[in-house]
Design a protein around this ligand. Structure first.
Ligand code: FAD
Length: 453
C-alpha cells in the first residue's frame, strides 16, 4: 500500500471541502484533498456547451445575507449579475393559464387572503427558531412529529392556496413535503433568513448568478492548491488511531493528524469507520435521505419571451410538467435559456421517460405558456444529481419527522480527530452553497485553533 503523510486530510472537494482547504492553506497547515469524482464542485457543476454558452446543472444562485459568497466574488474578482425578473409571470393552476406580476399569483380573494395568512404564520413560527438548536423550542416536539405537508393542509382553507404554497415549498426544499418535518422546514427557513428571502428573486436567494457559471468560484478558490487534490479517489475506510488517522482509498492511504469530511450524508454509509462512529451518528446516517430534483434546460437563439413582456417565470401544478420555470439566460442575453425544475415524485416520473420524450414534454408546456416561438429551441438538456453516485440527490439532505428531536446537533459534532462539514453541517444557509462554505471554514477553524502558535 502506498502511504502519504500530511497534517489534515479533507474528504470531498465540493464548496465545503475546498473552503476548508482554502482556510488551512492560508494558515499554512499542510493538507491533501481526496475527491471521488474527476472534477471539483460536487453539487455545483457548470457545463460549457460552447464559448459563450453554459448551464449550471447544480447550484447557481446567490442572494442577500449570503455574505461569504459575495466576499468570495469580490476577493476572486468574479462578476455576478441580476437574475432576469421583469414582465409577467405565469401561473398554470388546475388547467388554467393566467399571468401575474410580483411573487403572489392572481387567485380568488379568499385564496389570496388564506395564502397571505399562511405565509405570515410560517414566517412567524420560523422567526422563533434558534438555528443552533431548533429542538429546544417549546413546540419543537409537536412540530417535529408533523410533516410540512400536514401543516400546509391543515391551514389551507382553499385548494388554490394549498397548491400554490405547495409548489413554492417544493421548489425551496426539493422534495415531497411529506418527506420533511415541519420543524426542519422552520429551521431551514430561519437558517436562510426568512421565507420571503428563500422565495424571492429580488432581495432573495435567487437574486444573482455568476458570470461564466457557479463553478468558476470554486475553480478560483482551489487554484493555489490544485496539486493537493487527488481526483478519482473515493474514500473507503477511515481508521482512527491513538496518534493519527488513516484514510484509505484503492490501494493507497493517507496518514494525518486530523480529517475533515465534507460529503453528502447518505454517502457516509459507504465508508467503513474503525472504530465505528457513535451509535447516534450511524443511526442518523441511515435515515438521512437527499432531496430529488432535476434541472431541464431549453435553449434558444434569443430570450424571445422578454420581448413579449414575459419574465420567463412559471408556477405549475400540472403533475406532468415542471413545478417552476426561470429565465437562466447568460448576462448579455446572447442566448435564451429557460430552466424548469422537476421535483420529488414529478422528477421520478419525468426521468423515467426517454430524453426525446422529456424534451417534447417541456417543449409542449413552454408552447402553452409562451406561444409558437417556444418550438424554435436549438437545444434541450437536463440533469439530475439523483443519478450521480457521489451525490445521490439534492439540493441537500432532509430531516424527516422526529429527526431533529432525536439527533439534535449530532451531525456536525466532531468525533475525536474527525470533523464534519458539508452544507448539512451548517446552521446558517443550511442546504445552500453559503452554508457549505461556512461549515467548511468552521471545521478548518477547529483544527487551526488546536495548532501551536
Ligand atoms: C440542482 C441543484 C440546484 C441547487 N441550487 C442552488 C442554488 O441556486 N444556490 C445555492 O446556494 N445552493 C444550491 N444548491 C445546493 C448546493 O449546490 C449545495 O448545498 C452545495 O453545493 C453543497 O456543497 P458541499 O461541499 O456541502 O457538498 P458537495 O457539493 O456534494 O461536495 C461533496 C464532494 O464529496 C465528494 N465525495 C462524495 N463521497 C466521497 C468519498 N467517499 N470520497 C471522496 N469524495 C467523495 C463528491 O464527489 C463531491 O465532490 C443546489 C443543488 C443542486 C444539485
Amino acid at each position: 500500500m502506498n502511504i502519504q503523510q500530511t497534517e489534515v486530510v479533507i474528504i470531498g472537494a465540493g464548496f465545503s471541502g475546498i473552503a476548508a482547504a482554502k482556510k488551512l492553506h492560508e494558515a499554512k497547515i499542510p493538507f491533501l484533498i481526496l475527491e471521488a469524482r474527476e472534477r471539483i464542485g460536487g453539487r455545483v457543476f457548470t457545463k460549457h456547451l460552447s464559448e459563450n454558452l453554459y448551464v449550471d446543472l447544480g447550484g447557481q444562485w446567490i442572494g442577500p445575507t449570503q455574505d461569504r459568497m459575495y466576499a468570495l466574488c469580490q476577493e476572486l474578482n468574479i462578476p455576478y449579475f441580476e437574475t432576469y425578473d421583469e414582465g409577467k409571470n405565469i401561473l398554470n393552476l388546475r388547467g388554467k393559464i393566467r399571468t401575474y406580476q410580483g411573487i403572489i399569483p392572481k387567485m380568488d380573494p379568499l385564496s389570496l387572503i388564506n395564502l397571505d395568512i399562511l405565509m405570515r404564520r410560517l414566517e412567524r413560527m420560523a422567526k422563533q427558531i434558534d438555528i443552533h438548536s431548533p429542538w429546544t423550542h417549546p413546540n419543537a416536539g409537536k412540530w417535529d412529529e408533523m410533516t410540512l405537508d400536514d401543516f400546509l393542509k391543515k391551514y389551507s382553507k382553499t385548494k388554490y392556496c394549498y397548491e400554490v404554497i405547495k409548489i413554492g415549498c417544493e421548489t425551496i426544499f426539493a422534495c415531497e413535503l411529506s418527506e420533511i418535518s415541519l420543524l426542519h422546514a422552520l429551521f431551514y427557513i430561519r437558517s436562510g433568513t426568512s421565507l420571503d428571502c428563500l422565495i424571492n428573486i429580488k432581495n432573495g436567494a435567487q437574486q444573482h448568478r455568476i458570470e461564466g457559471g457557479m463553478q468558476r468560484i470554486i475553480e478560483e478558490m482551489a487554484k493555489p492548491f490544485y496539486d493537493k487534490i487527488l481526483f478519482e479517489s473515493p474514500v473507503e475506510r477511515v481508521i482512527q488511531g491513538a496518534d493519527s488517522i488513516s484514510v484509505d482509498f484503492g490501494d493507497q492511504s493517507i496518514e494525518a493528524q486530523e480529517a475533515i469530511i465534507a460529503i453528502p450524508p447518505p454517502l457516509l454509509n459507504q465508508i467503513q469507520f474503525e472504530p465505528g462512529l457513535s451509535k447516534e451518528k450511524q443511526e442518523l446516517f441511515q435515515n438521512y435521505p437527499m432531496g430529488r430534483v432535476g434541472k431541464c434546460f431549453m435553449i434558444y437563439e434569443k430570450p424571445f419571451w422578454r420581448t413579449l413582456d414575459y419574465s420567463g417565470q412559471v408556477v405549475s401544478d400540472d403533475p406532468l410538467t415542471h413545478q417552476t420555470v426561470f429565465d437562466c439566460s447568460p448576462a448579455d442575453g446572447s442566448f435564451g435559456i429557460l430552466m424548469g425544475f422537476v421535483i420529488g415524485n414529478r422528477a421520478e416520473e419525468y426521468f423515467s421517460l426517454s430524453e426525446e420524450q422529456r424534451k417534447n414534454r417541456m417543449m409542449r408546456s413552454l408552447k402553452q405558456y409562451f406561444g409558437e416561438k417556444a418550438e424554435t429551441a436549438i437545444q434541450y438538456l437536463d440533469f439530475t444529481m439523483s443519478d450521480e453516485a457521489w451525490s445521490k440527490g439534492c439540493y441537500a439532505g432532509l430531516m424527516p419527522v422526529n429527526s431533529w428531536s432525536k439527533f439534535q446537533d449530532n451531525y456536525r459534532k466532531s468525533e475525536d480527530r474527525l470533523h464534519f462539514a458539508g452544507t448539512e453541517a451548517a446552521t446558517r444557509w443550511h442546504g445552500y452553497i453559503e452554508g457549505a462554505v461556512l461549515a467548511g471554514e468552521a471545521a478548518a477553524s477547529k483544527i487551526i485553533k488546536t495548532q501551536p502558535n
